[in-house]
Design a protein around this ligand. Structure first.
Ligand code: STL
Length: 335
């Protein structure tokens, strides 16, 4: 039983601090975990990897919380303006509810609901007196914009560390880009008398444009918003980087390994009859082997992934089609 849970929690993770702590905790109590999202921009396919991971945690009987980190979105060099936080909250919550195919809806928390209390504020000051500016900047360096960094970008990791305590969780889940902040949290919470938390990091989905072009809201064609039209999905996938027989920085095969297979267990990819017809694939290892030996071609995986995304994202796409005024208010990058 414990082994099964451990396997579910750890599968496809890039790093977990620490596996020893996990074993011990699983034996002792029911666990709680959270994933935070600064509501800086559109929800896109890159986010689906960590969000899907939460379903594994739920299967392992962990209570899961999604933090809609509104204040953080402004602290990150005003990527979201203070006056836009409400509508972004509404959008992010709805999109997250509809894009993931939850069997059990996770709990949602809003940053400002607990981050504006006296105790929380006092703890920000406590951490601020023992965190060197250089350390704070290092912690945030992979996450916030860091162009001529503002004081808020040092407050950002301090607050993310405190969120672990104030959401009363055992595990924080994040992408590998969160690594320095998560390590900061592990090191600094005990310094102000709080328990050190476990940190689970998921691999990052490579950019659709291939190595060297970051997946970013500001670079067109590097990611697919969950609200994208069928036509946009097909166009973006068809023009995506997907070198034959190579997994290096390959976003399409990575999507299958990190998002499709964990969600589906087994998949069937269609190929032309002369290449062997439909083939069943049961694991990322099998997918990678078939792809690198050339038994499955870029065309096959692209076709599969386009249809899969179109099908899975239908509820979120349809919701925002009938509520398109919300996307209009949010701005062009949300489409
Ligand atoms: C980003 C992009 C992304 C996730 C995050 C930020 C996470 C932010 C966050 C904020 C507060 C927390 C935890 C996580 O307590 O995909 O720019």
């Amino acid at each position: 039983m414990r082994e099964e849970k451990e396997e579910l929690i750890l599968r496809n993770t890039k790093e977990f601090f620490t596996k020893e702590e996990l074993k011990e905790a699983l034996d002792r109590r029911n666990l709680r975990a959270y994933l935070g999202r600064a509501i800086t921009g559109p929800l896109h396919i890159g986010h689906l990897v960590s969000l899907s991971k939460l379903k594994d945690l739920q299967k392992a009987d962990i209570h899961v919380i999604i933090l809609l980190a509104d204040i953080h979105a402004a602290l990150d060099d005003l990527k979201a303006k203070w006056e836009d936080l409400d509508i972004r909250l509404e959008y992010t919550k709805k999109a997250t509810e509809l894009a993931v195919g939850w069997e059990k809806m996770p709990e949602f928390a809003r940053g400002r609901d607990f981050q504006l209390t006296r105790d929380y504020e006092m703890d920000i000051f406590k951490l601020a007196t023992i965190t060197k500016v250089k350390e704070g900047l290092h912690a945030a360096s992979e996450v916030t914009r860091m162009s001529d960094p503002k004081v808020s970008e040092v407050i950002y990791p301090i607050m993310q560390a405190l969120d672990e305590e104030y959401l009363n969780v055992d595990i924080q889940v994040g992408g590998l880009d969160q690594r320095h902040i998560l390590m900061y949290a592990r090191e600094y919470l005990p310094k102000i008398g709080y328990r050190r938390r476990m940190e689970l990091m998921m691999p990052l989905l490579p950019s659709l444009k291939g190595p060297g072009v970051k997946m970013s809201s500001s670079i067109p064609g590097t990611k697919i918003p969950v609200t994208a039209s069928e036509e946009t999905i097909r166009k973006l996938i068809n023009s995506a980087y997907c070198p034959e027989k190579s997994l290096e920085g390959n976003p399409i095969v990575s999507l299958i390994d990190l998002y499709v297979l964990p969600n589906e267990g087994t998949i069937k990819i269609d190929r032309e009859e002369k290449f062997g017809g439909t083939i069943e694939i049961k694991s990322p290892e099998e997918m990678d082997r078939l792809y690198t030996e050339g038994s499955v071609h870029p065309k096959d995986v692209k076709e599969y992934v386009s249809s899969y995304l179109i099908r899975k994202l239908k509820p979120v796409r349809e919701y925002f089609e009938s509520n398109s005024d919300m996307l209009d208010k949010l701005g062009p990058e949300f489409r």
